[in-house]
Design a protein around this ligand. Structure first.
Ligand code: ADP
Ligand code: MG
Ligand code: ZN
Length: 426
């Protein structure tokens, strides 16, 4: 988690990233099926930079496209991660330097990108691998675009087929295979060929069927009354989180809900003392506190039935992550976002004032806010289709089953048989 922030400058994991990371760190083989743009790289880049008891040494990444590897290596170097690239048509010098670094006793690159051709054909590279292996410095093999291993797959590659040797030659080194395009047949074929039959399989969809997504226009004067009515009518006595942008707002909202509306609400933000945080956490866990008004991630341990965005989330990633805290038990839950364009000004200001992010990062963050604005302003397309499109996952709006305000045509929340919902969520 610390590495996620420090090295990759990200706030939270996307679905299955943490699962994949923990599995490979514990030495298991892993197969990750995730849409393009879903975030597969992090699944091996983060463990690659982790140094703990179980995971030491070099991560070898096999990837079919040199251009993509060059991109990734440059990206990693900019983040201060020691990564190198081996390919067949590189100048001899680069190769010799890289080779000596990998063979020496000194600090080694954390990630080594290599084409499958190089991996098999280069005697030199094979001897480096063998040496790392005997020294216990081979952390894992990563097979990106793993569908290329299968003759059933779309882009079968001759040189990928020989990857079946890895398990034979380096039986103790865990393998992680990742792809965006594999049906059941291709997946089983890849698993078979790589010899990772007992692997952890991560292939769940990003869709959260039990969440109802709702976006409403926000009027600063009435938003608290609306929040109260919503909780009172739909979630009386149930627990939930309200997200705000600033710590002042978050204190103010909690206070009003308490004093004016008699709700058991408390604020939670980064500037609270450790004691205050613990106290709030404890009262939430005991059920004494019903609603947390927060600016930041908050320890869970309790089933959350609703998540309200009092102000705009800062990206669709953040939105997905924050709404995703609701309904973890598979039972129906509601995600309600109050949108006004005025809130974007606050976000843009926060981004501009940040002293730690580069111009490039600021631009990215602003684009992320614009994507949220677009999401909120789009009152016709299914919310699920929109959210999942952000992760490049195709979704048929029919499968929403009227569980978003755009599909429900103004109808209020559909009351569902809870057990039926729970069964589907599994
Ligand atoms: P894939 O290989 O699955 O197609 P990438 O690993 O290239 O996808 O990631 C796609 C984009 O998603 C990148 O811009 C990356 O920075 C971003 N991304 C990955 N993980 C996260 C995360 N946890 N939070 C926010 N953005 C993420
Ligand atoms: Mg990728
Ligand atoms: Zn919908």
């Amino acid at each position: 988690m610390r590495k996620l922030r420090e090295v990759f400058k990200l706030d939270s994991f996307r679905p299955n990233q943490l699962e994949a990371i923990l599995a490979t760190l514990s030495g298991k083989d892993v197969f990750v099926l995730m849409p393009t743009g879903g975030g597969k790289s992090l699944c091996y880049q983060l463990p690659g930079v982790c140094e703990d008891g179980t995971s030491r040494g070099v991560t070898i990444v096999v990837s079919p496209l040199i251009a993509l590897m060059v991109d990734q290596v440059q990206h990693l170097l900019r983040k201060g991660v020691d990564a190198i690239l081996f390919n067949s048509d590189q100048g001899q010098d680069v190769s010799r330097e890289a080779r000596s670094r990998l063979m020496s006793r000194g600090s080694k690159p954390k990630l080594v990108y290599v084409t499958p051709e190089k991996l098999h054909r280069s005697e030199d590279f094979r001897s480096i691998l063998a040496r790392l292996y005997t020294n216990g410095e081979l952390a894992r093999f990563v097979i990106d675009e793993a569908h290329c291993v299968s003759t059933w797959g779309r882009d079968f590659r001759e040189s990928y087929q020989d990857l079946d040797r890895l398990r034979v030659q380096y039986p103790k080194t865990p393998i992680m295979a990742l792809t965006a395009t594999a049906n059941e047949q291709v997946m089983m074929d890849v698993i078979d060929r790589l010899g990772i039959q007992g692997c952890t399989l991560l292939k769940q969809s990003f869709n959260r069927p039990n969440l109802f997504y709702d976006v409403r226009p926000k009027s600063p004067k009435t938003v608290l009354q609306e929040i109260y009515d919503f909780i009172n009518q739909k979630h009386r006595g149930q627990t939930g989180i309200i997200y705000c942008l600033s710590r002042n707002k978050c204190e103010e909202v909690a206070k009003t809900l308490r004093e004016q509306y008699k709700l058991r609400a408390r604020h939670y933000h980064a500037h609270l003392s450790v004691e205050d945080k613990n106290r709030t956490q404890a009262s939430w866990q005991s059920g004494e506190c019903q609603i947390i008004v927060a600016t930041i991630a908050f320890g869970m341990g309790i089933d959350i039935r609703f998540v309200i965005h009092h102000s705009l989330p800062k990206s669709l990633d953040a939105y997905y992550q924050e709404t995703g805290r609701a309904g973890r038990d598979g039972q129906p839950a509601t995600c309600l976002l109050f949108y006004t364009y005025a809130d974007t000004k606050i976000l843009f200001k926060l981004i501009q004032e940040s002293e730690t992010s580069s111009a490039e990062e600021k631009k990215r963050q602003e684009d992320a806010v614009r994507a949220v604005v677009q999401y909120c302003s789009n009152e016709s397309d299914c919310r699920r289709v929109q959210v999942l499109r952000h992760f490049n996952q195709a979704f048929d709006s029919k499968d929403c089953r009227k569980r978003c305000n755009n599909c429900a045509d103004g109808a209020t929340y559909i009351e569902e048989d809870a057990t039926e919902m729970a069964a589907k969520a599994i």
